[in-house]
Design a binder for this molecule. Structure first.
Ligand code: FMN
Length: 221
């Protein structure tokens, strides 16, 4: 059993990475072999809408025809048995980097044909999405941001296998807030939230990573 984890943040040691590492640690504790891939250093783009994956010919049903650094990442994902996708919320969505991967992976296996809705892969891939953001739950609710998380898991659930997500709120952006212009940030409230929740968020990521490997991984919350 192999679990591959994708870091969709440009920061190799930020919150997305910390949550991802915890989830991978959880998966490893249940016996999985684990691998982490940092997406930002890689050279790739999102779907270019060439439709080679839908056209009668070589790529039909065989994944994405574009060739760049993502080709090998997607090959390794299909070689694994489950995925952890970790991302900061940028402008209300998954980071552009992780979105690019999701566009190419999902769309190229999405069938418009009688095979539909997906070309059959050899096995199901359970997945876990880990999101984190500067805002708190009240901001997420007010803006309806959770819809975006739900849509990601809806796609992966319908395309690849059971998919779950968690959100870590009010994550810290800087080591030292005194060095930045942050007058609009309710710092006291943010720090109190962080103190009360961050360790639990990491713990939750660990448990959800572990559950990817055990039978619990296929259950909904
Ligand atoms: C380009 C950009 C856009 C952002 N958009 C949002 C946003 O829409 N809502 C929010 O609460 N935080 C937003 N943030 C803050 C990040 O979600 C937050 O700093 C996150 O913890 C960063 O994750 P990381 O530590 O894994 O890099 C944004 C940050 C950047 C750099």
């Amino acid at each position: 059993m192999k679990i591959i984890g994708l870091n969709g943040s440009p920061r190799k040691n930020g919150n997305s990475a910390a949550l991802l590492d915890k989830a991978l640690e959880g998966a490893a504790s249940a016996g999985a072999e684990i691998e982490r891939v940092d997406l930002y250093p890689l050279n790739f783009k999102g779907c270019r809408s060439c439709f080679a994956c839908k056209r009668k010919g070589a790529f039909y049903g065989k994944g994405c025809a574009m060739k760049d650094d993502l080709t090998e990442v997607m090959r390794r994902m299909l070689d694994a048995d489950g995925w952890v996708l970790s991302s900061p919320i940028y402008n209300g969505h998954t980071s552009s980097c992780l979105s690019a991967l999701m566009e190419r992976l999902f769309f190229s296996y999405h069938s418009y044909d009688e095979h539909g809705p997906m070309f059959s892969l050899e096995k199901a891939y359970p997945s876990l999405f880990l999101y984190n953001l500067n805002g708190g739950p009240e901001f997420v609710e007010k803006m309806g941001l959770e819809y975006s998380c739900k849509y990601d898991t809806f796609l992966f659930n319908s395309g690849f296998g059971p998919s779950r997500y968690m959100i870590a709120y009010n994550t810290l952006q800087f080591d030292d807030y005194s060095k930045y212009h942050t007058a609009a940030v309710p710092l006291e409230r943010k720090m109190a939230w962080h103190e009360a929740h961050y360790a639990k968020d990491l713990e939750r990521a660990y448990e959800m990573g572990r559950a990817l490997v055990t039978a619990e991984g296929v259950k909904d919350d």
